[in-house]
Each structure stands twice: as C-alpha cells, then as structure tokens.
Ligand binder design. Structure first.
Ligand SMILES: [Ca+2]
Length: 316
C-alpha cells in the first residue's frame, strides 16, 4: 500500500505533470510555428498579388497615357485636315461627316486609330427653337416638328423641349413645365433629362441635332430628315435628289440648291434664309485602341478664317 502511495507521491505527480507540460509546450510550439508559417505564406502571396496588381495597373496606366497622346495627335490631324479643306474652297464645306481610319501612325504602335469628323452645322440646332429673349422661334419650331415627323416621333416632344428651354413657366402641354430648366441646353445628352424623352426617342434624334452653330443648316452635309425639316415642300424623294446632286457637285452657296430638279425659286424662297453651304463648327471624335485598352477624345472646334478654337473637350 505504502509503495503504491509513494508511487503516487506529490513529487512523482509533479514530475509527471512537468513531463506532460513539456510535451504540451512542444505541441504549442509546433502549432505556433505552423501558424507563423501559414501567416508568412499568406503575406507572401498577398504581397506578390499586390505587386502583380500594382505592376498591372501601372502598365495599364502607362498604356492609357500613351493612347491619350495618340488620341490627341488624332484630334490635331483632324483639325489640320478640316483647315486644309476650308482653305481649298473657302465658300463651302463638304461632306457632313467623314470617317478616317489611320493605319500604323507610329512605330511600336500596334493599335488602331479612327478619326470621325462631323459638321455640326449639318445638324438642327435644337436651342434655336427659342430666341435669346425667351420668345418662340416659330420657323425653327416648325422645322423641328418636321424633323420629328420625318423621324417618326410625335410632335409633342418639340413642345416639351420648348418648355424645358424657355424662361416662362406656362406649360404648352399639361406637364411640360415640370422641373423644367428654363435655360438653353448645354449638351445633347441633356435631352434625356426632359420628361417624355426616353432612350428610344433620344437615339432617334441625337445624330441629327446639335447645340452648336448659328442655326443655319449646311445643305452640303445635312442628312435626309434634316433636309426634310427645311420646308413642307421637301419630301423624302426631293431630299434624296439633293444628296445625290451634292455628291457630284457640292453646293457653292445656299442658292445653288435651285439647281436640283424640282426646287423652284418659290420653294427655295421658303427656306433660303435658313441654309448655308459652309460649316463652322466641327465635332472630332478620335478613338484609339491598343491591347484591349480604348481611349476616346471628343472635341468641338470652331473655324474662323484660318484659326481654330476649341469649344468642347472630353476624354473618355
Ligand atoms: Ca419653361
């Protein structure tokens, strides 16, 4: 019995406890080592990922900067092209829009450059429907209604735009003064803010309207619906004849439109004061793409004599 008691003496128990403590400590050390190792591995992976992401972001940024320079050069080239055209024949500008694809403009550049030039004077100036004193410009309003009709859009949209722009608060339609701006449009996109103009209507109108220019329409560039907006006497067939005529011989002045079969002096007299043969405001869209990265610069240039002024500039 005694022996047994000795075997289980407090000393022996302490020894046994120490042995198990040592084993436990070793186990803890192993767990800690494993934890530290796991942490280091996670940190290394995280670090490599961060370095990879940063390098990639830096590479994309560098490419984006490079493309931005190429796009800017594109705008310069387009403006030079327009100026040369204007110098060559000062009385008119033709055509209304032009796409210029440029193949390998620089060494080491493997992307594509597409320049698009649009004569803004070939479009209908939507702000022209309200005079600067706030009164309705009847002729422009009726032109715009004709444009809407040619595009298959109901004429009430013209009234909604008038109320959006004009300074008064008297609605032309029951709800057309609700939240109206009562100022001119600053961009075409603003049409989407006008109640009653949804994406479908906007998409139909957008390419034919502008906020630039003096309201005169360049008959050398106007597309069929815009030509039809000039007068009730210009139907689709006549508008097509105008387009066919200018392809062979661009109009030297507005009056030259009478050379087109069917356009009598009486018909011309109806809209003669609202047309021109020359554009002054040009939209340039320079799109550069390389290795999946795209840079677009959109700008509007005003040409006066031989000088150009940038009216609008947006980088995307
Ligand atoms: Ca108003």
């Amino acid at each position: 019995m005694l022996t047994l008691i000795t075997h289980y003496s407090p000393v022996s128990l302490r020894k046994a406890g120490q042995a198990s403590l040592i084993t436990n400590n070793k186990g803890m050390a192993l767990v800690l080592t494993l934890l530290v190792l796991a942490l280091i591995t996670a940190l290394v992976v995280e670090f490599s990922y961060a370095v990879y992401t940063n390098t990639n972001a830096l590479y994309n940024w560098k490419t984006s900067q490079r493309l931005s320079f190429v796009a800017k050069s594109g705008v310069q080239l387009a403006s030079k092209t327009i100026l040369e055209e204007v110098m060559q024949h000062p009385s008119y500008t033709y055509p209304g829009s032009l796409n210029i694809p440029i193949e390998s403009p620089f060494e080491d550049f493997k992307g594509t450059v597409l320049l698009r030039i649009e004569d803004e004077n070939s479009k209908f100036n939507i702000n022209s429907i309200v005079y600067s004193n706030g009164a309705l410009n009847d002729e422009a309003y009726h032109s715009f209604v004709r444009l809407l009709r040619a595009l298959g859009i109901e004429s009430g949209i013209a009234d909604r735009i008038v109320d959006w722009i004009d300074p008064d608060k008297e609605p032309r339609l029951s709800d057309s003064e609700k939240a109206s701006k009562n100022l001119y449009l600053d961009s075409i996109d603003e049409l989407l803010l006008i109640p009653g103009i949804d994406n479908t209507i906007y998409e139909k109108i957008a390419t034919y309207v502008t906020i630039y220019g003096d309201g005169l329409i360049n008959i050398n560039g106007a597309e069929i619906p815009v030509l039809m907006s000039l007068s009730d006497s210009i139907n689709k067939n006549m508008a097509e004849r105008i387009v066919a005529y200018r392809k062979i011989s661009p109009f030297q002045s507005g009056a030259y439109i009478q050379s087109v079969a069917g356009i009598t002096y009486t018909i011309y007299n109806d809209f003669g004061v609202r047309i021109t043969a020359k554009g002054t405001h040009f939209r340039i869209i320079s799109t550069v793409t390389e290795e999946g990265i795209k840079k677009v610069i959109e700008s509007v240039l005003v040409i006066s004599g031989t000088s150009t002024t940038v009216k609008y500039w947006r980088e995307m």
